[in-house]
Write a protein that binds this ligand. Structure first.
Ligand code: CMX
Length: 441
């Protein structure tokens, strides 16, 4: 067994023993109450999931195994001379709960290199889609086509002991993460670059190779990809992509099926697709106003028009966060360092100064501050990656790190099939009329 898998097994055995005892002592303790509004309004604030890889604080933002984004930028291993963390290191941290050494990260880079071969039928399946298909549709189709390779599905069909599930999930996780950059780059080159594909470079790291295969060779773009792949990787367990992967996995659907399901959720405009919506919205504003650098007054009017037409301002608001997203701030810092004079990046910053007071003045929006998607596109455009429909694919490649590390834990901890109780409005009315209970089966 290779050493990361051995370390995971040791951690999982210890965690299982600890959890068993913890639940034996405390399993009946209550951790909250649920109101009728919460049941009807997206289960906001109901604690109902365990996700070991990261935790979101409404005021402070995300922490991965206890580490904030600036701490990750400082402490995770980097390429020689690099300044941004290697996402391989974040995966190690999320999976094992401890900071990796340079050697650990090196090891992970080479494991993923060795496992990165994508079977030809995956590309053929993507090729069956019309060029007009959305990149997320192509990406998910590629993941689904690759399900033929699932170790878990094959082993389950033969019959395996439930104690061994984790091992096959772990193998699938490593294979799937290793192959995603190639699928993403293939989609990009097929749709936007005349299908002129670029072979992987066996000497590059995971994110560097993604940049290379897409055709972007600048050192600072490699750095951007490393940062991008790190900050988008996880946002605790309740967001749509993480929750969906976890939910589908709880039926013992293999990691390919589970992750593809999560990616379909990421492709929604209120979740990951917001990164394309932001740039589309800014491009439309620039075109309408006939300027590359709209004034704050012009931005303000455009925002008011967006709201008046019943649309959301993309990139703003969050279901849990109540402050500026630290993932936005990390990208703003990158912009200040590498492209401070770019008019599009400056527009993103001007929008940041303009939008929150407007949203606040409406009185109903719980979080007027920018989220991760408000900034990412502008950085990509600066390097010539202008095809904004592709942006959510990049988000998806990164998100694999968190949700698949979590899936390994789900099976290692033997978490059961997920099945919350639902109710009908008729049963609610009966209950309110004193005609019976609405809970319990
Ligand atoms: N622009 C306009 N209206 C907004 C808004 C925004 N950016 N954010 C919230 N609202 C509205 C909601 O639509 C809701 O309106 P109604 O009461 O008329 O239905 C009201 O304000 C209250 O919403 P909320 O409780 O503050 O926000 P939710 O938890 O329901 O939704 C989110 C969160 C992210 C879906 C929402 O803020 C939004 O639509 N933002 C724009 C899309 C976006 O950027 N999504 C990306 C999120 C990050 C990610 O997952 O990648």
């Amino acid at each position: 067994m290779e050493f990361i898998k051995e370390r995971f097994k040791a951690k999982a055995d210890a965690a299982n023993a600890e959890l068993k005892e913890l639940l034996k002592q405390n399993g009946s303790k209550k951790i909250g109450e649920v109101t009728l509004s919460q049941v009807y309004q997206g289960m906001r604030g109901i604690t109902g999931l365990v996700s070991e890889t990261s935790l979101l604080d409404a005021q402070e933002g995300i922490r991965f195994r206890g580490y904030s984004i600036p701490e990750l930028q400082q402490q995770l291993p980097k390429v020689p001379g690099g300044t941004e963390p290697l996402p391989e290191g974040l995966f190690y941290l999320m999976l094992l709960g401890e900071m990796p050494s340079e050697d650990d990260v090196h090891h992970l880079t080479s494991i993923w290199q060795r496992r990165s071969h994508v079977p030809v039928h995956v590309f053929d399946t993507i090729d069956a889609l019309p060029l007009g298909a959305h990149p997320m549709t192509m990406f998910v189709t590629g993941i689904m086509a690759m399900q033929t390779e699932s170790n878990f599905a094959k082993a389950y069909a033969k019959g395996i002991n439930k104690k061994d599930y984790w091992e096959y999930i772990f193998e699938d996780t490593m294979d799937l993460i290793a192959r995603l950059p190639q699928i993403a780059a293939y989609v990009y080159r097929r749709k936007y670059k005349n299908n002129e594909q670029i072979q992987p470079n066996g000497l590059l790291d995971w994110a560097g190779n993604l940049a290379h295969m897409m055709g972007f060779e600048q050192d600072s773009f490699f750095e951007l990809m490393r940062l991008y792949m790190t900050i988008h990787a996880d946002h605790e367990g309740g967001n749509v992509s993480a929750h969906t992967t976890h939910l589908v996995g709880s039926a013992l659907s293999d990691p390919y099926l589970s992750f593809a399901a999560g990616m379909n959720g990421l492709a929604g405009p209120l979740h990951g697709l917001a990164n394309q919506e932001v740039i589309k919205w800014i491009f439309e504003m620039r075109e309408k106003l006939g300027t590359e650098l709209p004034t704050k007054e012009q931005i303000s009017e455009y925002v008011q028009n967006t709201l008046a037409s019943g649309k959301v301002v993309p990139g703003y608001g969050h279901a849990v966060l109540r402050k500026t997203d630290p993932r936005f701030t990390a990208q703003m810092e990158f912009g200040k360092k590498h492209m401070p004079d770019d008019p599009l990046v400056q527009t993103v910053w001007n929008i940041y100064e303009t939008v929150p007071p407007i949203l606040q003045s409406l009185g109903k929006i719980k979080n007027p501050w920018p989220n991760v998607d408000a900034h990412s596109g502008a950085l990509l455009v600066n390097y010539g990656l202008v095809e904004y429909e592709f942006y959510t694919v990049l988000f998806g490649v990164s998100r694999s790190l968190g949700v698949l590390a979590s899936l390994c834990w789900d099976r290692a901890l033997g978490l059961p099939i997920e099945r919350p109780k639902s109710i009908t409005t008729a049963s609610v009315k009966d209950w309110l009329d004193g005609k019976g209970e609405i809970w319990g089966e």
